[in-house]
Design a protein around this ligand. Structure first.
Ligand code: NAI
Length: 258
């Protein structure tokens, strides 16, 4: 049986993945700001260092996989928090855990992106560039110039940046070449606390009008099932892929992109 890190394990899709892994007999090191094996705040450098230190103290030098599901949605006034968790909460932990993942020989990493990467218009390129370089303060200043649209811009920029960062590294000798398969899942609207908060927010009407061709929201369990496949030997021939599971929104909005 394997040993897996799951961030965002207290709620939604991270919780569903942790449950599936535990149900299959694996050991899960859950990381979250509450109700987790490692309770820490991934929006701060200190909190991320604590996460790494505590994970390493129980990993025995080897990890079979990691799932980065901790994330913050689009909230006006919380742009900096969003980009810290959604970008550095992945990149800093991934880099720090690379030796333990490499030690397993065939580890799998799944990072939660989003289909907002392709469905959000006018995301400032300069903010994305800064986030890819880890400059969360600079990126926040840029998205805040968007005024009323600063929150969705911060969210989409964070997910585009983390997707780019992950894809660039996934195919290098440090990752694919070290036996570690790193891939992204890009959900559409999935009924979790994150989506409930968005539906209840001032932009709830806009969120409700988001087109989903299958006419229902996804469930955390459906997405967890895809993640389980991406953690299985079925993913041995996958590196840097983005698996979109979104009820058809991307195909609806970008039918001619292929
Ligand atoms: P959720 O809100 O149910 O779970 C997110 C978890 O992340 C929570 O347990 C929360 O405590 C944790 N978290 C947030 N900030 C943290 C911090 N500073 N430190 C430590 N933990 C923190 O959300 P959901 O929907 O399960 O989201 C999982 C991932 O999927 C996120 O990365 C999200 O951006 C992404 N996603 C979600 C979509 C949706 O419609 N629900 C759509 C597309 C992507």
């Amino acid at each position: 049986m394997g040993k897996y890190v799951v961030t965002g394990s207290a709620s939604g899709m991270g919780h569903a993945v942790a449950e599936r892994l535990r149900g299959d007999g694996h050991t899960v090191i859950g990381v979250d700001q509450r109700d987790a094996d490692v309770v820490t705040d991934l929006s701060t450098r200190v909190g991320r260092s604590t996460a790494v230190r505590e994970i390493l103290s129980v990993s025995d030098g080897r990890l079979d996989g990691a799932v980065f599901a901790a994330g913050v949605g689009a909230h006006r006034g919380k742009e900096r928090l969003t980009v810290e968790v959604n970008v550095l909460g992945v990149t800093e932990l991934m880099l720090a855990l690379q030796p333990e993942l490499a030690a397993a020989g065939n580890a799998k990493v799944v990072v939660f992106g989003s289909n907002s990467t392709t469905s959000t218009p006018f995301v400032p390129r300069a903010a994305i560039r800064r986030l890819v370089d880890g400059d969360t303060a600079g990126a926040t200043k840029i998205v805040q110039r968007r005024g009323a649209l600063s929150a969705p811009a911060a969210y989409a920029a964070s997910k585009i940046a983390v997707s780019r960062w992950v894809r660039e590294r996934a195919v290098t000798s440090q990752w694919a070449g070290s036996g570690i398969r790193v891939n992204l899942i890009a959900p559409g609207p999935v009924l979790t606390q994150l989506l409930r908060d968005q539906l209840a927010s001032a932009s709830g009407k806009q969120v409700r009008s988001y087109p989903v061709p299958v006419r229902e929201y996804g469930t955390p369990e459906q997405l967890a099932e895809w993640v389980m496949t991406m953690l299985s030997p079925a993913a041995d021939f996958m590196a840097g892929s983005v698996i979109t599971v979104d009820g058809g929104t991307e195909a609806l909005l970008r039918p001619t992109d292929w």
